[in-house]
Design a protein around this ligand. Sequence first.
Ligand code: NAG
Ligand code: NAG
Ligand code: NAG
Ligand code: NAG
Ligand code: NAG
Ligand code: NAG
Ligand code: NAG
Length: 822
Amino acid sequence: MLIIYCFLFYTIRTATARDTLNLGQSIRDGETLVSANESFELGFFSPGKSKSRYLGIWYKKIGNGTVIWVANRDAPLSDRSGALNISSQGNGTLILLNSTNGIVWSSNASRTRNPVAVLLESGNLVVKDGKDIDPDNFLWQSFDYPSHILLAGMKLGVNLVTGLNRFISSWKSTDDPAQDDYVYGIDPSGVPQAVFRKGSTIRYRAGSWNGLHWTGMPQLQPNPVYTFEYVSNENEVFYRFNLIKSSVPSMMVMNPLGDPQRLTWMEQTQKWAPFVPFSGLILDQCDNYALCGAYAVCNMNSNSAKCECLEGFVPKSPSEWDLLDKSDGCVRRTQLDCEHGDGFLKRESVKLPDTRFSLVDNKISLLECKELCSKNCSCTAYANADVRGGGSGCLLWFHDLIDMKELSESGQDLFVRMAASELDDIERKKPKKKKKVAIVITSVLLVTGVILLGGFVYLWKRRHRKQGKTDGSSKLDYNDRGNREEEMELPIFDWMAIANATENFSDKNKLGEGGFGPVYKGVLIEGQEIAVKRLSKSSGQGMEEFENEVLLIAKLQHRNLVKLIGCCTQRDERMLIYEYLPNKSLNDFIFDVTRSKFLDWSKRCQIIGGIARGLLYLHQDSRLRIIHRDLKASNVLLDNEMNPKISDFGMARAFGIDQTEANTNRVVGTYGYMPPEYAIDGLFSVKSDVFSFGVLVLEIVCGKRNRGFYHADHHHNLLGHAWRLWIEERPVELINKSLGGSYSLSEVLRCIQVGLLCVQQRPEDRPNMSSVVLMLSGERSLPQPKQPGFFTERNPPESGSSSSKRSLLSTNEITISLIEGR
Ligand SMILES: *[C@@H]1O[C@H](CO)[C@@H](O)[C@H](O)[C@H]1NC(C)=O
Ligand SMILES: *[C@@H]1O[C@H](CO)[C@@H](O)[C@H](O)[C@H]1NC(C)=O
Ligand SMILES: *[C@@H]1O[C@H](CO)[C@@H](O)[C@H](O)[C@H]1NC(C)=O
Ligand SMILES: *[C@@H]1O[C@H](CO)[C@@H](O)[C@H](O)[C@H]1NC(C)=O
Ligand SMILES: *[C@@H]1O[C@H](CO)[C@@H](O)[C@H](O)[C@H]1NC(C)=O
Ligand SMILES: *[C@@H]1O[C@H](CO)[C@@H](O)[C@H](O)[C@H]1NC(C)=O
Ligand SMILES: *[C@@H]1O[C@H](CO)[C@@H](O)[C@H](O)[C@H]1NC(C)=O
């Protein structure tokens, strides 16, 4: 949940807004300081429902006065008689006085005879010597005492000389800015790490810096909104970000719920919004500190956390390990024997363990690191300190290895100390080359056996099925359509559990409405987030057919398809439960002026490729040959790494009871993405999806919707526009301005050409998805496209059938589903 601090103020503007407070002047309640370009304002305010008065700084132009800093957060003023003075006793301290001139809050002494306080455009309130020629020589600055927000330019970290530690901490509530328990900052002990705590308990550890990002926060990536840096030397350790374009404000907020996240100002909606994929710190269960205990790696497997001991280690208390409490962790199978020499075993792709008791040496190589570690009997592991340029530097651990997480692509290699005998054992267990033949033969025999057995069981089950209904177990067995070996179980959710998770299908939780019914967001009791598709009851399909259909869909697994995690068929309802992807859909990115900047060309290319592979899988590689029929930008969801995931697949098949492979009288789809032969004649085939894919590709390149596309020169839609520019040999003009100049022209042109090939009028001219994938990879030469279908949308083609109830005039993006008049 998103809680931002928005408050109303009774700010009485002084006649001339000023940004400087001089000696002998004061700011009373009602007066303010305003930064030079009016971005920030300093004055008194009351948060939320509170009556207390606080001195603070807030955004002036945007965000309804989002407060970014509070001076007297732990010492509220009870009335409106507060005043901010610069201490006249010649020491330049800022003092906040109450009605009886008692000092409620003060800045640290600045020791100057000519103090001035200035509110800078960055939101920093500084005290400096008015006679100092250096404008950046601050004697005191509010940036050194952050409240709950980290702004661009602020340092998060420790000054090792003065001991000043700058961290952000939550408010007690939206009505009370007093410092609460949630704190995010840098822990300088051992090798410095970014840590999020509640009180003294660590909740999440982003880890040490590996040259590119925190080891446990690979989502911190170069992006179009801000740059970031990490500095660590003998004087200080800090992290800082800076805005690339000061026109897109962005900040890190610790809200009272203890949910640290990055918010960025959205011009369109006039709101602060989390900017995935770079917004959240805590992405999944495995990010909970030390969830698996020592010497264990946490692995996010199908939405739930799994703990697994490092090789050579076993669960410390096996009985608890099987239950959920794994915090006991793992212990060595074989004790170390330092005298007689230990070795090291490499564990790949992990978030490196806690470095609070570690040492680092940035100058030595991995080989020297190994040497160093093996010489010291209390050294438990080593790794590269910096991953840049193939890796360098040396990190050493001397304690239990705690809080590791599997990070498939962005993790690091960790070398764990092992007894030599254990290493031998592990080596011996690995399959040797000589044994390979034997293993292959055994496997062949085994598989044959299983198939025979499977066939037998299948026949047996089939015979028995005819006699009775399935038992009332809560799992569905996949044993209907063939191989027993492939039996799978799809969780069936209880209706009440889903109703609870979605707060009784409340509108608040509604994510959207598709052609098959509304979709809700929900949170299961265990905390897992889900998306629930509640299918409308109009489908005449029987429950049993539905379940079978769902079982088939559940078997579809591809990294570019959204994962189905269960279904619910109680109370005459059909619901499908999917993994929830917080990142919204492609629709929210490509057509949004601000967010589209997050999608540079290489990301877009990757997304186009991903959608193509997902679709190819549906069309050809999966056993079902599913035609999606409603591919569109809002049905392509993006995960944290901006990988596209097609949603809503299989629904077409699951729902058309009276359709054939070639014709349907139930047209489901979205105008703007439907090919002519489908919208008009209800004819669909894989080539209808190819058409929709082509539209999507052009939309991604162009950043504009096909439907509702407007151009001053003509009445064509996006397809017509693209076609026109193509034949006039000016396709470059199609390219989205958000891309700037950073793209490979040949790649973009190839995509445009593929897009146009996919939207050709005649289905038989359109390539199939396997050709598309090859074309996109540049492995196939491209033919010249012919005229696209539906390129003038302003003259919707008539269907010719007077009984048709179709209307091509609906302009919104929602999926429609029309039953033709019979
Ligand atoms: C604060 O400043 C005002 C003038 O603006 C002055 O009258 C008052 O005495 C000052 N208070 C203290 C404690 O310096
Ligand atoms: C204020 O805005 C003007 C014009 O946009 C700019 O030239 C100037 O540098 C800005 N000043 C500060 C302090 O940001
Ligand atoms: C912003 O403040 C105005 C009143 O000043 C209020 O009417 C409006 O609802 C506020 N908007 C938001 C998004 O809080
Ligand atoms: C600065 O002045 C204030 C009162 O104006 C006083 O309370 C404080 O002790 C002084 N600080 C130093 C370091 O002299
Ligand atoms: C003003 O502040 C002083 C020192 O914090 C305190 O002793 C005094 O009671 C306060 N006066 C009022 C009216 O709050
Ligand atoms: C500055 O003030 C803070 C409290 O506001 C205090 O903890 C710290 O010791 C002070 N530092 C110096 C150098 O006076
Ligand atoms: C091993 O390293 C630890 C941590 O640096 C150190 O305290 C200890 O003295 C070292 N032991 C030996 C034998 O060098």
